[in-house]
Ligand binder design. Structure first.
Ligand code: PMP
Length: 358
């Protein structure tokens, strides 16, 4: 993003800029600002001191550190992931110590949308004190998100069955282009009084993939602010044992942006532009398939949001499109919409058409 490049030039010419170690849980400014992005500046949990952030090695580090804390200190044993989910989730939670990794239904291949009845039934049967990992926005890999009504129903079940929400916020802002709107579900859970973890990532929404900037935001229940000190001291030990110190360079960039209203505006503009471009690619791909008369209903391409789309091709078709057209799709025909451009989209549409009509 252009403002990131400008900040980098500023750092490069600043004689005081250094490459010192950070504290085990990262930069203070970052840890103050990152939770505000996800919970909202006026969040009661933040104002009451019962929510705090710990800088991690990106979203993956936040998930891993949170998982280990839940197993080691709260003795949780069972975690539920969506089916399908990001393929690293089982590994991260498994290495984090969870012995019992289960899934809840999420994708309905027939309707090419969320299998909400299946989801509710599965988490409704979860043993008490299970951890439920819920992706906040722009679900990877399906591109299908939950509605507010669905979040409300999930919250009812989680409350009744004493389930612990672990929110994976890897794509805040990438679903709608609006950071606040994408964060709504987690703010809703906090307002309902849930204790929860959020794994935040700045990989996608600030384009800082390789700099590994993330945050484990912890929200405690009302009146439990005093527990923060103990939790922080245990998180420090986990971080220290895993990697000692999180990375500094990207955190400097993010901290500067989050502390400067003008840079925040720049960031929001870039996010909106990014989301508009991805949407334009979705529309173009769907239109192109309609123009070509490709059999099937392709409405799901524009209904799905964020970077990913489940095209709905069979494994046989995926093999054909790869071998014949050299169009490579992720497992279960996931495509990353941001890889489509005006230069290659017609070729991709033509390849899909040929594959489906074969
Ligand atoms: N969660 C999900 C759902 C993801 O798709 C990803 C990255 N692909 C991550 C977490 C972790 O990303 P990072 O470690 O780069 O923040």
């Amino acid at each position: 993003m252009p403002f990131v490049k400008e900040l980098e030039q500023e750092f490069a010419s600043d004689p005081k800029f250094n490459h010192e170690y950070l504290w085990f849980l990262g930069m203070d400014t970052f840890n103050k600002r990152a939770p505000e992005v996800i919970l909202g500046k006026g969040s009661s949990a933040l104002l009451e001191g019962r929510a705090f952030g710990a800088q991690t090695v990106s979203g993956t580090g936040a998930l891993r550190m949170g998982a280990e804390f839940l197993v080691r200190h709260l003795h949780y044993n069972t975690v539920y992931l969506s089916a399908p989910t990001w393929d690293n989730h089982p590994l991260v939670f498994g290495y984090g110590g969870f012995k019992d990794i289960r899934s809840y239904r999420y994708w309905n291949p027939a309707s090419k949308s969320v299998d909400f009845d299946g989801l509710l039934e599965d988490i409704g049967k979860a043993p008490e004190n299970s951890v439920i990992v819920l992706q906040l926005a722009a679900h990877n890999p399906t591109g299908c998100d939950l509605t507010q009504e669905q979040w409300t129903e999930i919250a009812n079940v989680m409350e009744k069955r004493n389930l612990f929400p672990f929110i994976d916020a890897a794509y805040q802002g990438v679903a709608t282009g609006d950071l606040d709107r994408d964060a709504q579900p987690v703010r809703y859970l906090v307002q309902r009084g849930f204790e929860l973890f959020v794994a935040q990532s700045f990989s996608k929404n600030m384009g800082l993939y390789g700099e590994r900037v993330g945050c484990l935001t912890v929200v405690l229940g009302k009146g439990r602010a005093q527990d923060a000190t103990n939790i922080i001291s245990q998180l420090k030990l986990i971080a220290r044992a895993l990697y000692a110190n999180p990375a500094k360079y990207g955190a400097e960039i993010v901290s500067r942006v989050l502390s400067d209203p003008a840079l925040m505006e720049e960031w929001k503009k870039c996010l909106t532009e990014m989301v508009h471009r991805i949407r334009a690619m979705r529309t173009r791909l769907k239109e192109k398939l309609h123009l070509l008369g490709t059999p099937g209903n392709w409405d799901h391409i524009t209904k799905q949001i964020g970077m990913f789309s489940y095209l709905g091709l069979t494994s046989c078709q995926m093999e054909y499109i790869r071998v014949t057209h050299h169009v490579h799709l992720g497992s279960a025909s996931r495509i990353n919409m941001s890889g489509l451009t005006y230069m290659n989209i017609d070729r991709v549409a033509g390849a899909i058409h040929d594959t489906v009509t074969r």
